[in-house]
Design a protein around this ligand. Structure first.
Ligand SMILES: CC(C)(COP(=O)(O)OP(=O)(O)OC[C@H]1O[C@@H](n2cnc3c(N)ncnc32)[C@H](O)[C@@H]1OP(=O)(O)O)[C@@H](O)C(=O)NCCC(=O)NCCS
Length: 139
């Protein structure tokens, strides 16, 4: 039975193992938890104590929300968990004017089914291995 939560209360690093599959420099569970705490909105999917899926959103609290990460652990994929996490997150973000995320073209149909539409974009990507050694800007 999957439980969905929009709070990090009581969640510890050990519950966040196994994410960032295929990333060359995956954030550690400690960094993962830090990112989630730095996010204005979070939805988690839990199977018992194990977090099996998550989505987070950062925001100015007024107009814009950005969804940087959505992931379901491989063993739990294909069971509707990603859809439910996104459905709940989009509902949490319904007050904002723009809700944005970046994704590869092959995942666009997944998001289109949730009412999202494709647009163009521009990005900068720094060296992730260097990011892990530094303190975030402004701290
Ligand atoms: C994308 C992801 C979150 C979907 O989670 P999930 O729990 O497996 O999704 P659901 O079970 O709700 O799947 C719903 C539908 O989306 C489709 N889908 C899932 N992942 C997809 C992908 N990567 N590309 C295209 N379609 C996808 C499924 O085939 C399913 O369609 P169906 O119902 O017609 O079979 C999950 O595959 C994942 O964590 N992938 C790795 C990380 C990632 O790519 N995150 C998104 C970054 S933008």
């Amino acid at each position: 039975m999957i439980e969905y939560r929009d709070t990090l209360a009581g969640v510890e690093e050990a519950q966040l193992r196994g994410f960032f599959v295929g990333w060359p420099h995956p954030p550690s569970p400690a960094h993962h938890l830090r990112m989630l705490h730095g996010s204005r909105h979070v939805w988690l999917a839990l199977d018992g104590e194990q977090v099996v899926g998550f989505v987070n959103a950062i925001s100015d609290g007024f107009m814009t929300a950005y969804i940087p990460l959505l992931e379901v652990l491989p063993a739990w994929q294909g069971r509707g968990i990603g859809t439910e996490l996104m459905r709940r997150m989009l509902d949490s973000l319904r007050v904002y004017y723009n809700i944005d995320l970046m994704c590869d073209p092959d995942v666009q149909p997944f998001y289109a089914r949730l009412g999202m539409r494709p647009v163009g974009g521009m990005v900068v990507r720094h060296d992730m291995s260097a990011i892990h050694q530094t303190t975030p800007a402004g701290e």
